[in-house]
Design a binder for this molecule. Structure first.
Ligand code: SF4
Length: 215
């Protein structure tokens, strides 16, 4: 008999419900960036990141210590009760954690699962949409590229455009290709606009949550 992802997850979830994750914050909001920008979604921001981007706007997420440890049961309940159609697992770097327990828990509640990752740690969990945001100074694993749905590269200088091209060459055909200006580097907008006009297979991702003033 055919079983849906939700049915399979329900059969395996009970053992995972008490697993804990360090979580900086979790909240119902509007996805601000990328291919799903503008859609209601539940964000789970795990704590812990070993990538250390200097422009990072969530530096409080870098250390696991000091953040509460929440169970899969608590996170699933909050996400389900919000009414969100999908959950975005972000960080920090969420792949520093084994995401199988959390993603099975969310699946058992019928939720779709997106992840935003630098791809620098091994993939884990049951994921419906993978957004790779690769960083030059801590490169993605080879394994992640074949699973990418969306490549979103933050651009500050011309070097980042070259980095974007190198990454796009490793992603499957049909991957959404997006360039995102770094919020505090206005010159990056000019760079990206010119580049996308010349290379229309790329699109632009803006941090619309910052315009909307939602978290
Ligand atoms: S990978 Fe993300 S969370 Fe980690 S330092 Fe870079 S921007 Fe910040």
């Amino acid at each position: 008999m055919f079983k849906t992802d939700t049915q399979i997850a329900k059969e395996h979830t009970e053992q995972y419900l008490d697993v804990v994750y360090p979580v900086m914050e979790h909240f119902y909001t509007i996805q601000g960036e990328g291919a799903h920008a503008g859609r209601a979604s539940y964000f789970i921001r795990t704590a812990g990141c070993d990538v250390n981007c200097w422009w990072c706007d969530v530096k409080d997420s870098w250390e696991e210590e000091g953040h509460p440890k929440l169970t899969v049961r608590e996170l699933v309940k909050a996400a389900k009760e919000s009414g969100a159609p999908f959950v975005v697992i972000t960080g920090g770097e969420p792949l520093l954690h084994d995401l199988l327990p959390l993603t099975l828990g969310l699946k058992s509640a019928g939720l779709q699962i997106h992840i935003e990752t630098s791809g620098s740690s091994p993939l884990s969990g049951s994921l419906d949409w993978i957004t790779l945001s690769p960083k030059r100074f801590k490169k993605p694993t080879d394994e992640v590229y074949s699973n990418v749905d969306e490549l979103k590269v933050v651009v500050l200088t011309n070097k980042d455009l070259k980095w974007a091209e190198e990454n796009a060459a490793k992603c499957p055909e049909g991957t959404r290709l997006l360039l995102q200006p770094e919020w505090d580097t206005p010159k990056s907008i000019e760079l990206i606009v010119d580049y996308v006009k010349e290379n229309p297979e790329w699109g632009i991702s803006l941090q619309t949550h910052k315009f909307l003033k939602v978290p």
